[in-house]
Design a protein around this ligand. Structure first.
Ligand SMILES: Cc1cc2nc3c(=O)[nH]c(=O)nc-3n(C[C@H](O)[C@H](O)[C@H](O)COP(=O)(O)OP(=O)(O)OC[C@H]3O[C@@H](n4cnc5c(N)ncnc54)[C@H](O)[C@@H]3O)c2cc1C
Length: 448
């Protein structure tokens, strides 16, 4: 998303651009697979209505983003049952959520009070929590983790039963691993801001949005062409080395993960590489089950399991609720999410063993889950989503400013340079391309 956003923007600036993509297909973490008529979004699957950069580019590309049939509804598991939470702004749905809160079965009266205080705080800060421009989030990036911040301000019960599980389902990390600024943005946009309705870009596979973006950059993309090294000479980017040899360039945008950037640009000044080394990613295993019917109410997209339940999966969802066209009529596609250490345990098993183990665990908590799914598919993510540990956002914002001075002609993009999400990745690519175009236009031998 970052690389394509950058290429699309450079082409708008009328610059010659070549995208070297390591994999045989463009799209990075947005891709899917078809299994027996079910379309599985293996990576990213939700765009939100509040993704301003995606909305702007979609409009330019003539792609309409449609609201999903329902918002993000679901339940939190506690004391042997699920407690319903409904998204969206419909009064009927808000009443269902209010009943959960006011029954005091999920949270004690003190926990409810803390939840309301937290909601008020996030509402007051909501204008700072943009997925498009994170400059106003920097003063929230205090170095604290989400666990430290929410526990000290709103108590353990609220952290463990509500904030932690929600956060883990969207970041694939534990609240100790996620910085407070990113945590607030995720909680506001995916959990508490009723207006942040999910949108679908239409179509299957990568969806119409990605297809249109790839199409707009098609002539510039060289797939199956990994960059082995970015060549820096005397603090100036000269080009890249691929299998075919050296390719000279006026400037280079590196739109990979921070880990890959460190590998292919080993000569970065320590002021930049030290910050890139602080960028951490979540690990997860996603296990998909094609089933005849969902074990959850028909309008529930997701459920989550607070870690004290002992369940190895932190969440489950049914993609058919948000995207009915992605499954054969009447069927459901259930996805169980296992993160961190428990994901690593599954990485060590073969897919059949991992799938069977997760299914057995699910049935302990959700007896209505089919004993014999139509199929099981297991996907591993060693680096799923950037966790934005406390202080990282601020350090990277400084890198963006300083790298222009210390390494001329090299620009970094990727979700880690923005607010991790498809929108943040796209934004980072556009911003890097704008910086790059300004740099190139200042070079004396350019015909500008
Ligand atoms: C399972 C999962 C679910 C997610 N769900 C959502 C969601 O619902 N909503 C949301 O907003 N976000 C979601 N995300 C996050 C979102 O997908 C990412 O933040 C975003 O797609 C990252 O884009 P990117 O361009 O920064 O990185 P990537 O998509 O990882 O792109 C980096 C590209 O660099 C290429 N590359 C690597 N090394 C080299 C090399 N040496 N030479 C050339 N090319 C190279 C890779 O092949 C890849 O194409 C999810 C992520 C995962 C993993």
């Amino acid at each position: 998303m970052a690389g394509l956003g950058a290429a699309y923007t450079l082409r708008k600036h009328d610059l010659d651009v070549t995208v070297f993509e390591a994999s045989p297909h463009p799209g990075g973490r947005i891709f899917g697979e078809e299994v027996d008529g079910f379309h599985i979004d293996i990576g990213s699957n939700i765009f939100l209505e509040t993704y301003g950069t995606v909305a702007q580019v979609a409009e330019e590309l003539g792609v309409s983003l449609k609201r999903t049939p329902v918002p993000i509804n679901g339940g939190v598991y506690h004391n042997g049952r699920f407690h319903a939470f409904y998204g969206g702004t419909r009064l009927r749905d808000q009443w269902k959520t209010a009943k959960t809160i006011l029954s005091f079965q999920l949270l004690s009266p003190k926990g409810v009070w803390q939840a309301l205080r937290c909601l008020r705080m996030l509402n007051a800060r909501s204008h700072d929590l943009s997925f498009d421009d994170h400059s106003r989030m920097l003063n929230l990036d205090t170095g604290e983790s989400a666990a430290e911040f929410f526990e000290s301000n709103f108590g353990t019960e609220f952290l463990e039963r509500l904030v932690g599980p929600y956060l883990s389902c969207y970041t694939f990390g534990h609240p100790e691993q996620v910085g407070v600024a990113y945590a607030m943005a995720v909680l506001w946009h995916f959990g508490l801001n009723g207006a942040a309705w999910p949108v679908r870009p239409g179509g299957k596979g990568r969806g119409e949005f990605m297809d249109a973006l790839v199409h707009a950059c098609d002539e510039s993309i060289r797939t199956a062409t990994p960059v082995r090294r970015i060549v820096l000479e005397d603090g100036v980017a000269r080009g890249v080395i691929t299998e075919a040899g050296f390719v000279e360039a006026d400037a280079v945008i590196c739109a990979t993960t921070a880990t890959t950037a460190l590998k292919i640009a080993p000569d970065l000044p320590s002021g930049i590489s030290d910050v890139l080394r602080r960028v951490t990613y979540s690990k997860c295993c996603r296990v998909f089950f094609g089933v005849d019917s969902s074990p959850f109410p028909a309008d529930w997209y997701a459920v989550n399991f607070p870690r004290q339940t002992g369940a190895p999966m932190i969440g489950m969802s049914n993609s058919a609720v948000l995207a009915p066209e992605s499954v054969p009529e009447g069927k459901a596609l259930i996805d169980a999410l296992v993160i961190d250490k428990q994901a690593e345990e599954l990485f060590a098993l073969n897919d059949e063993q991992a799938g069977e183990r997760v299914l057995a665990e699910i049935r302990k908590y959700v007896p209505a889950m089919s004993k014999e799914p139509l199929f099981i598919r297991v996907y591993h993510w060693d680096e799923a989503v950037c966790l934005v540990p406390g202080g990282m956002m601020t350090a990277l914002a400084q890198v963006r400013r300083q790298s222009l001075d210390h390494v001329k002609g090299l620009f970094l993009a990727g979700e880690y340079m923005g607010v991790p999400s498809t929108n943040g990745a796209l934004r980072s690519g556009i911003d890097a391309a704008d910086d790059c175009a300004a740099f190139v236009s200042r070079q004396p031998d350019r015909p500008f």
